[in-house]
Design a protein around this ligand. Structure first.
Ligand code: PEP
Ligand code: CO
Length: 481
């Protein structure tokens, strides 16, 4: 079924008690006096994961330039996404977020952008079919240029240089000049984000929506000899049903219905790691209250920068955008409640998205206490699962990879935990590309470690390729409640 009646609000199995111990941590964080917020108040706090800029004059010039340039997105779009997320929090929508681990300035080219849009659109059709709910599509694109790293320095042959922190900050070559933080990259990344977004908006506005139809999809993974007969049949049935639902909708021929199908909505997101970039485009807009970060619709805070008293929480607590926050296996229920209190003190609908990334082996034990504590507190969040970042391994030859089955296992574990606790599993977050890369192993194509050398193109973490990503959506859809 492609368009369904919306299901009612989710019913939790856990009683909500506003005065419970659980809510105390959130209340404490919400009511703590953090001082006045301004777009630059973060500068008085320690910021993790930064490469210092050596030339303050050049940094100031870049930030002022960004401050003068037009915004990349508008407050209207941001409010619309927030409304969608509020509905997702009530179980009435599902969110698909995906794209590169790190965008590259050199890859601001039409083909990879169109391919990314295409895979996200196609996955969303499969997920709409699986869950019977509208899917909100959020790209990791048009600004996903800053990367946190596990080590601040990289050492080769006795020489230590700052690690590569993404094209927004410095450049990949292992050379002293390339690894310096370069403020002109802030402006170049803004420009490339604008070019990317311009192309995305044009594609979305012109016949791109035809890609709804499975006859435009590359379904060759369904022919793979490694696929079991039951999965093959399952996939084929899904394709048939999506086709039938689309033909049915189109045969109705009503203008509103076909218009709805033609209009595909995409939103943008990136990790809000570089606060010079984010704050330079943070503004007040006419006839609305508060401040909007106009670099993207939904920035997120990474696992490594969510320190409660750090610069990132300080900055993101003050903006009107919906905000994501990554939560990994070391997070306690108390930490998560404090994050909720700090980032969404007024419990505003559609504001906060918690993206859990526990790892397949830890999700079934690590996630329940967190969900239970938040549920007991009665605080509103959208729960999403990032099954990529807790499942990265290194091969003997030093390549980072992820196994399709582990990625799927984390999503399935997450779904099972949400079902047991009675919370709504509201979305998935993938690192993926629409291209034919060989970075993750597994899937019906049966990619192995030996295949990784063939086309290992990522600047940072391994991504699902087109066929793996599409197959992943089929596998998730068959389990969606
Ligand atoms: C990422 O999303 O690319 C990332 C670095 O994730 P995390 O903060 O969850 O490690
Ligand atoms: Co990544």
């Amino acid at each position: 079924m492609v368009v369904s009646l919306l299901s009612g609000p989710m019913r939790s199995k856990i009683p909500r008690m506003s005065t419970s111990e659980s809510s105390a941590a959130a209340e404490r964080a919400a009511t703590k006096d953090r001082g006045a917020w301004t777009p630059t108040s973060w500068q008085a706090r320690p910021a993790a994961q930064q490469v210092p800029y050596e030339d303050p004059g050049a940094l100031k010039a870049a930030v002022e330039m960004l401050g003068r340039l037009p915004p990349l997105v508008t407050s209207f779009e941001i409010e619309k996404l927030k409304q969608h997320i509020a509905e997702a929090q009530e179980g009435r929508r599902f969110v698909l977020q995906g794209g590169d681990c790190a965008e590259s300035l050199d890859d601001c080219r039409p083909d990879p952008i169109a391919a990314k849009l295409k895979i996200l659109l196609q996955m969303s059709m499969v997920l709409i079919h699986g869950g019977g709910r509208p899917v909100v599509r959020i790209g990791r694109f048009a600004g996903q240029y800053a990367k946190p790293r596990s080590k601040p320095l990289e050492t080769r042959d006795g020489l230590s240089l700052p690690s590569y922190f993404g094209d927004l900050v410095n450049r990949p070559p292992f050379e002293p000049e390339a690894r310096k933080a370069d403020p002109t990259l802030l402006v170049e990344a803004y420009q490339k984000s604008a070019l990317t977004l311009n192309f995305i908006r044009s594609l979305v506005d012109s016949g791109f929506a035809d890609l709804h139809h499975p006859e435009f999809w590359d379904l060759s993974f369904m022919e793979s000899a490694t696929l079991s007969a039951s999965l093959r049949e399952d996939y084929a049935r899904t394709v048939r049903e999506v086709e039938q639902a689309l033909s049915f909708m189109e045969s109705l021929g009503e203008r509103t219905v076909s218009k709805q199908l033609q209009r595909v909505e995409f939103f943008t997101s990136h990790e809000g790691l570089n606060l010079w970039y984010e704050s330079a485009q943070t503004r007040q807009v006419p006839r609305r209250e508060g401040w909007y970060d106009l670099t993207t619709h939904m920035p997120w805070i990474g696992e490594r920068t969510r320190q409660l008293d750090g610069a990132h929480i300080e900055f993101f607590r003050g903006i009107r955008n919906p905000v994501g926050v990554k939560v990994g296996p070391t997070a306690t229920p108390e930490t998560v409640l404090e994050l909720i209190g700090a980032l969404n003190p007024d419990d505003e609908p559609g504001k906060l998205v918690i993206i859990t990334r526990m790892g397949a082996s830890r999700v079934r034990d690590g996630l329940p206490p967190i969900l239970e504590a938040v549920e007991r507190s009665g605080r509103r969040v959208l729960w999403m699962c990032d099954p990529m970042h807790g499942n990265t391994v290194s091969t003997e030859s030093g390549r980072k990879t992820r196994d399709f089955e582990n990625i799927l296992a984390e999503v399935e574990g997450c779904m099972a935990v949400h079902q047991a606790v009675g919370t709504y599993f509201g979305g998935v977050h993938f690192e993926l590309t629409g291209d034919d890369v060989t970075e993750c192993i597994g899937g019906a194509d049966g990619l192995t470690e030996q295949d990784l050398e063939r086309n290992y193109a990522t600047l940072c973490d391994p991504r699902l390729n087109y066929r793996q990503a599409l197959e992943m959506s089929f596998r998730i859809a068959r389990r969606m409640p």
